[in-house]
Ligand binder design. Sequence first.
Ligand SMILES: [Cu+2]
Length: 343
Amino acid sequence: MKLLVLLAIVLLIIAGHQLLRIIELSRGLKKTKEWELTDSDNDRMGKAMLVFMVLFFAFFFWQVARWNDRSLPAAASEHGLKIDLLWDANIYLVTFIFLVTNFFLFWFAYKYRGHAKAKAVYFPHNNKLEMAWTIIPASALAFIIIFGLKYWNEITSVSEDPNKVLVELYAKQFDWTARYAGKDGKLGTTDFRQISGSNSVGMDTADVLGSDDILVKNEFHIPVNKEIVFEMRSRDVIHSAYMPHFRAQMNCVPGMVTFFKFKPIKTTAEMRNDPYVKQLMAGINAQRKINGEEPVEFDYTLLCNKICGSSHYAMAMTIIVESEADYNNWIAKQKTFKTVAQK
Ligand SMILES: [Cu+2]
């Protein structure tokens, strides 16, 4: 069988080679050379450019309509709404430029299609044009950058809020640990030399500030409408704390503490009732059913957004946003580092 396939391939190559030779020989018999384009060739190509443009634009708009219902729900944090605004402004701007430039690209390919008598125009320089295509893109980019920088500074500035909730996210290959400051409101210091099986984040056991710290895995809770300050550390490689529903992402870099803050504005329960989220989850659960999997409910997630190793995909943690009372109830039930360490 293998020999037959091999023989077929060899014969195919020989046949192809012979075909090429016939084409080469037939060239000598023709009067025109095949690399010389005729006016009718150019005309056909010019019109094909227009046809391609129409199909290309139709495909673009079809894609927008087809995949639009797969995007993230509206932002669930205060600053996230502004990021969404910036995102939308960018997309509209880019789409507009894409349509205009591609229209001219194909339109000019058609309009100036080759012609035996056509002469090229010598057009070396135009100051007004140069000014226009420098100033317009520069001001558009300046708007995007200034707008973005303003909110970037807001989410990365030091929190002045006395009622803030401080959460440390500790990343390692391949999981997250969330650490709360406990009753004293201060995170205990850490020391990488003390990392061990029972002290995975390297708590400095000599620091009393850390004894009331609370460490949780798999799931962490935050109260709605309060400023949450995140401090991020990494044990091994660069990870990235990504909370897509809150429009927040920050690298976790070994040897340093990075941070940002945001204010969640919708609880997990509110998100589950959101019509768009319901539709999104119905789509996901329909696919899960086909795969023979149990249906799932919407949950906020913390993901790692750096390709940090073989089990990178598994670096996830569920985030529960709830009322302050529910949050206080939950945190009161968690064990402090001291009680866990004494066991
Ligand atoms: Cu990671």
